[in-house]
Design a protein around this ligand. Structure first.
Ligand code: CA
Length: 242
């Protein structure tokens, strides 16, 4: 088995710590743990993990403060675990610089899928360059040529539709918040106009998706943002949930 990433888990619940240690080590990851935000920030600085996993509900320094602190110098993937289901918490965590989040209870299969996304992101960071050609399902997004094909045929996208798809493609597999999309596609003046997004997303889905009413590529994260699928979601069933 190829050596996988070193993870630092900042989580105060010993049961979840133990469970994740067993499950992740079984999949070849090396896991470091910290039980408080303060210790987590220190360990992140000292031990330079490849991926950080941060629980939002911590005693003392909150998970939000951990993200704020480490994002001053830590540019590698950061996943959030949260028992909270409020959309505003997800948006806050993502806007502070988290790459993704998982709500408890979650399946280990779901976590492994997010870690694969994080590892690909890590590989791109290490390579120092963005991938210019992105394939999802039967859609090919060529960022260098500014061309999108579906099933081998050119798709005609408007400039805004293209920008929207290209932005999601550059962050593929990760949730991009409404605010981030509005800022990157329309500019800072439009961050208060989420209705633009809905209109253009609907148009884009009609061109990209086999069934626009049941999208498989352009996924909605309700109340938070959108995500371009990065791989087929693992089938349910064998997933152990914690
Ligand atoms: Ca907790």
């Amino acid at each position: 088995m190829r050596p996988r990433a070193t993870l630092l888990l900042i989580e105060d619940d010993p049961q979840i710590q133990r469970f994740l240690a067993t499950a992740l080590e079984a999949h070849g990851y090396a896991l470091l743990t910290a039980s408080t935000g303060e210790d987590g920030v220190q360990q992140a600085a000292l031990r330079q993990p490849d991926i950080l996993i941060v629980d939002l509900g911590l005693p003392g320094m909150s998970g939000f403060d951990v993200i704020r602190r480490v994002r001053e110098w830590f540019s590698r993937p950061l996943l959030v675990l949260s028992a909270r289901v409020r959309e505003t918490d997800k948006v806050t965590a993502l806007d502070l610089g988290a790459d993704d989040y998982l709500c408890k209870p979650f399946g280990i299969g779901e976590l492994l899928a997010r870690l694969r996304v994080a590892e690909r992101h890590l590989a791109r960071l290490a390579g120092g360059q963005e991938e210019a050609r992105i394939e999802v399902g039967d859609v090919v997004i060529d960022l260098a040529a500014r061309r999108v094909q579906r099933g081998g045929r050119d798709l005609h996208l408007t400039p805004i539709e293209y920008q929207l798809l290209a932005t999601l493609a550059r962050h593929r597999g990760k949730v991009v918040t409404h605010q981030q999309l509005l800022r990157e596609v329309w500019g800072a003046a439009h961050v208060e106009s989420p209705q633009y997004l809905r209109i253009y997303m609907r148009a884009l889905r009609r061109k990209i998706e086999a069934d626009p009413a049941r999208p498989h590529l352009l996924l909605t994260e309700i109340g938070v943002g959108y995500r371009l699928a990065d791989e087929a979601e693992p089938p349910g069933g064998a997933n152990m949930t914690i």
